[in-house]
Design a protein around this ligand. Structure first.
Ligand SMILES: *Cc1c(COP(=O)(O)O)cnc(C)c1O
Length: 368
């Protein structure tokens, strides 16, 4: 049996440190907005290479609160990838702005800067690139466009903590980076968590107010805020996880390299291509295969977990039926949704498991 992701292996490796973090918080008697969150914010900002980090409730709210802090709302347009997890779109529509979906590059999976240029109008206020599967989007090209048109850029870093574009971390490449610490992410908490990284002191300050009922001083509310705070327990766990993030991403890289080697040269089977402008952190190892259904069934029979990220693109979800963007509106995103398959990937995956997965793929797709 090879699980898609073995969450227990991470705990087994870090048990003494995580258990100590748990005890430290329990014995402190302080659970919301305290020393652990403050320390994690400083450590994570230093890791990402930004001046500020604000701990928030989850990744979706991190995206949404950035847009609120920039006062985006009805009448504004935000450019988003057609090929992404629905959370990216939900953040935009939550503030009442319009999503303007843009297709990925032909190689995929990330947003195509040339197509962004064509989607910019007088109402465009922001671009929300996603570093999907751990692979950085083409941020240099995106920032050139943003500067030229006076647009804000918030990176969706939910799947790419630690990734780099020419030695600078994702989350430090746009005007703000929205991070998720959902348990399955590259740096995962033991519950929900999120953060925004930025060099913009005014943005960080506004986020600190927004996350806490619109209040800086207890019982004095200067605006209508929210309750979206990273809690002390999750922050304490994340401080432990942050220490191993680079090393665990390196292990993911080795798993990916071994897959690349073992899966090379299978006809009709597309391997993920890492972009030349950046370093992926391999949140997922996503292949493309027209015979996906058959391949998934063969993997399942062999006791190997696989998943589809994602089977239905946001524009075809019932949640966005009112936008009337039917099948055929974003053909690249639709083709990806019909053909992508994520193979098991984690920092704890042994080489023998990679070889076993690759052998099943080869046996299924290569007829002799
Ligand atoms: C996980 C994820 C989110 C949302 O993060 P949560 O913490 O689960 O709210 C947003 N965008 C992408 C691309 C994600 O993968």
């Amino acid at each position: 049996m090879i699980p898609f992701l073995d969450m227990k292996a991470a705990y087994a490796e870090l048990k003494p440190e995580l258990d100590a973090a748990y005890r430290r918080v329990m014995e402190s008697g302080w659970f919301v907005l305290g020393k652990e969150v403050e320390a994690f914010e400083a450590e994570y900002a230093a890791f990402c290479g930004t001046r500020h980090c604000v701990g928030l409730g989850n990744g979706l709210e991190a995206l949404e609160l950035v847009l609120r802090a920039w006062d985006l709302g009805p009448g504004d347009e935000v450019i988003v990838p057609s090929n992404t997890y629905i959370a990216t779109w939900l953040a935009v529509t939550a503030v009442g702005a319009a999503v303007i979906p843009v297709e990925p590059t032909p190689e995929g999976p990330n947003i195509d800067p040339d197509r962004i240029a064509a989607a910019i109008t007088s109402r465009t206020r922001a671009i929300m690139p996603v570093h999907l599967y751990g692979e950085p989007a083409d941020m240099d090209a995106i920032m050139v466009l943003a500067d030229k048109h006076g647009l804000k850029v918030v990176e969706d870093v939910a799947q790419a903590q630690g990734a780099k574009v020419r030695n600078r971390r994702t989350g430090a490449l746009g005007h703000a980076g929205a991070h998720s610490f959902f348990p399955t992410k590259n740096i995962g908490a033991y519950g929900d968590g999120g953060a925004v990284t930025t060099d913009d002191a005014a943005l960080a300050d506004r986020l600190r107010t927004l996350r806490n009922y619109g209040s800086k001083v207890k019982y004095v509310n200067i605006e209508r805020g929210f309750n979206s705070r990273l809690d002390e327990m999750q922050a304490a766990f994340l401080r432990v996880k942050l220490k191993v993030l680079d090393a665990w991403n390196e292990r993911r890289r080795r798993v990916a390299a071994r897959y690349d080697d073992r899966l090379a040269g299978i006809p009709g089977f597309g391997l993920p291509r890492a972009p030349q402008w950046g370093e992926s952190v391999w949140h997922l190892y996503v292949v493309r295969c027209a015979r996906r259904k058959e391949l998934m069934a063969a993997l399942d029979r062999a006791g190997i977990g696989s998943l589809i990220h994602y089977p239905i693109p946001p524009h075809l979800q019932q949640a966005y039926a009112d936008l009337r963007q039917g099948r055929g509106t974003f053909p690249l995103a639709e083709t990806l949704a019909d053909t992508v398959l994520s193979l098991p990937m984690s920092p704890h995956m042994p080489e023998s498991a990679v070889d076993e997965v690759a052998a099943v793929v080869r046996r299924t797709l290569v007829s002799d």
